[in-house]
Ligand binder design. Sequence first.
Ligand code: FAD
Ligand code: NAG
Ligand code: NAG
Ligand code: NAG
Ligand code: NAG
Ligand code: NAG
Ligand code: NAG
Ligand code: NAG
Ligand code: NAG
Ligand code: NAG
Length: 512
Amino acid sequence: MRLNILLSSLLPVFVRAAVQDPVCVVGAGPTGLAAAHALEAKNYSVVIFDKELEVGGKCQAYYDGVDGSLWHPMGALVVSNASYTETVPIIKDAGVPFLPGLSVTTGWDYPPLSPGDSVVNVTRMPTPTLDQIALILLEVPRYTALRDAIVKRTGVMRYTNGVPNDLTIPMGQWLSKNGFEGLPIIVNASLQLIGYGDLEHTPALYALKYLSADLLAWYTNLGTVNFVGEFHPIPSDRFINETGFECADYHAVFLHYASSIHGQIHTNTAVTKIDRSGPSPVLTHVSLGSTQPQTQVQNCSHLVLAFPPILEALQSTGSSSGATVDWNTTGIDMDLSPSETSVFSRVGLTAYFSGAVGMPQVPPQVAFAQLPTADVGQPVLMTKMHQGSGVVGTYSWGPWTPTGRGNLSVEEARNILLQTYSRVDFSPASADSEMDSENTSGAIPITDQDVREFRKWDYFPRFQSEDLANGIYDKYNALQGQQKTYWASGLNGFEMVEYAIQAGKEIVETFF
Ligand SMILES: Cc1cc2nc3c(=O)[nH]c(=O)nc-3n(C[C@H](O)[C@H](O)[C@H](O)COP(=O)(O)OP(=O)(O)OC[C@H]3O[C@@H](n4cnc5c(N)ncnc54)[C@H](O)[C@@H]3O)c2cc1C
Ligand SMILES: *[C@@H]1O[C@H](CO)[C@@H](O)[C@H](O)[C@H]1NC(C)=O
Ligand SMILES: *[C@@H]1O[C@H](CO)[C@@H](O)[C@H](O)[C@H]1NC(C)=O
Ligand SMILES: *[C@@H]1O[C@H](CO)[C@@H](O)[C@H](O)[C@H]1NC(C)=O
Ligand SMILES: *[C@@H]1O[C@H](CO)[C@@H](O)[C@H](O)[C@H]1NC(C)=O
Ligand SMILES: *[C@@H]1O[C@H](CO)[C@@H](O)[C@H](O)[C@H]1NC(C)=O
Ligand SMILES: *[C@@H]1O[C@H](CO)[C@@H](O)[C@H](O)[C@H]1NC(C)=O
Ligand SMILES: *[C@@H]1O[C@H](CO)[C@@H](O)[C@H](O)[C@H]1NC(C)=O
Ligand SMILES: *[C@@H]1O[C@H](CO)[C@@H](O)[C@H](O)[C@H]1NC(C)=O
Ligand SMILES: *[C@@H]1O[C@H](CO)[C@@H](O)[C@H](O)[C@H]1NC(C)=O
């Protein structure tokens, strides 16, 4: 006893890390990586697990072209200087260049397709009238002032100052209650095109957190946005300016960010079970690389669960004997407490899909959008990022579900994409372009072979209006630290890279 006291008072702080089990971080997305960095800065040892082949979470990419030099985002791409304060230094540190962002609200439009349609034409995206533009310009400063005050008041992360009742209502109601008549059309598009729901569903709390002045300006085409891409011949000293919106190869960014983490990062490794019945959590993980998956256990001092916490992700689907396990959708077999179950059963996601598809007929560097958006799994946004590439990047989503993962399978969504794009005639846009697209006319059928990659993501974890009004964030926040478990994801703020990084840091700064 005496010796113990003596030892612990004499041991330098850093030895604590060596003698304790590591903090186990599940998820090597922006949240988990940021948490790991913050933990190591506090001298905790960490070990990280992720099912994906590479780190980055939803920041993955498809590469083609000579020596893989062309980058096609399968996940995040947009960054802005003003809103992405934690992210921009990480991008700069990685040396990944910023590319100019592309407007997604100018370009070409195709309607939702019905089964009866044979071929549909693209039309120019409608632009607001001069009167509408004047109204929007008038409303933006008032919106920005209101929004910034609200975001400050609700707390930096996890809405720890409480969620006022007037923010639990859907964004459409909030806008109309506050007398905004020009903004709804822009806000609707900015939610729908990016898979964040729509004015009728998305609670104002989240829409406001998302739509900072610079993001709104981008969607309104009053500001520029930029993207970040590693393999581009754009000088890396070209940085974004105040109004600048850019895009980045976030996958390359997070590969670099992960490389300075000292703890082990087990990719291609699913966490399948967590036992919290003993003094500290014991985690079971399975390496997915070989045909005979290898199971190992890890003792953890604490757990940081850094992924969208829907119930399906936190329960085993129990396909034990015989049947092949789908590691993409199998959850963790863990002893959830009744309060954990009651909170996480209320978390919903957008069924969000991204693809890289060979479509030479599509002209580059112009956006194709489905406005209005039918949330039925049809692609809603598509761009060919690079001249000289036949590959487009596409996003699809739907249908909207209040809780859980959504039941549209990746195979169904892939088929819907093939059916939709096979019936759109892109030639008016090609004719308009001086770029390198093939001059063809008519709809060109695409086949399964044209789809280079197609993924379904656990996207936009959030609560519904009713639950927000009933104080669900207080219940969520009360779970932090119970049974040495911490929860961090888009649910802690909003589903975008900047808030993911902030969420990972905040959990560590607050509780460790
Ligand atoms: C198509 C698309 C476009 C996007 N565009 C943008 C954009 O332009 N700008 C922007 O800011 N944001 C964008 N985002 C959102 C951004 O990517 C996310 O907000 C961010 O990745 C969230 O980070 P995270 O670490 O919280 O979660 P994730 O990135 O989802 O990472 C969680 C990780 O946990 C792993 N995991 C879960 N369960 C287990 C388990 N049992 N065992 C092992 N590993 C597990 C998963 O494999 C995953 O890699 C986009 C997302 C998508 C999908
Ligand atoms: C971490 O350990 C280093 C020595 O390795 C020490 O200088 C530093 O103060 C420690 N930091 C914290 C937060 O304990
Ligand atoms: C599409 O455009 C072509 C002319 O390019 C026209 O003949 C055809 O009727 C249009 N189809 C639809 C459904 O509008
Ligand atoms: C980025 O924005 C900040 C304000 O948020 C500004 O101070 C800074 O100069 C900008 N940086 C660049 C490189 O434009
Ligand atoms: C900001 O960047 C955009 C392109 O991203 C550019 O068109 C604009 O001129 C820049 N503005 C300033 C003040 O540098
Ligand atoms: C993990 O913890 C258990 C007790 O909970 C202990 O018996 C076991 O030896 C530990 N394993 C390692 C590798 O530390
Ligand atoms: C799981 O995801 C990987 C990566 O996209 C994919 O290659 C694989 O086919 C998926 N497995 C199943 C069973 O869907
Ligand atoms: C928002 O979009 C939905 C679906 O496209 C549409 O039904 C609704 O009318 C739109 N609302 C506004 C205000 O534009
Ligand atoms: C999928 O979910 C939608 C929306 O909740 C529902 O209408 C539909 O019946 C479900 N389909 C299946 C096959 O479960
Ligand atoms: C194709 O190119 C020819 C000229 O080479 C032009 O006259 C025609 O309008 C183009 N058609 C389409 C559909 O792009």
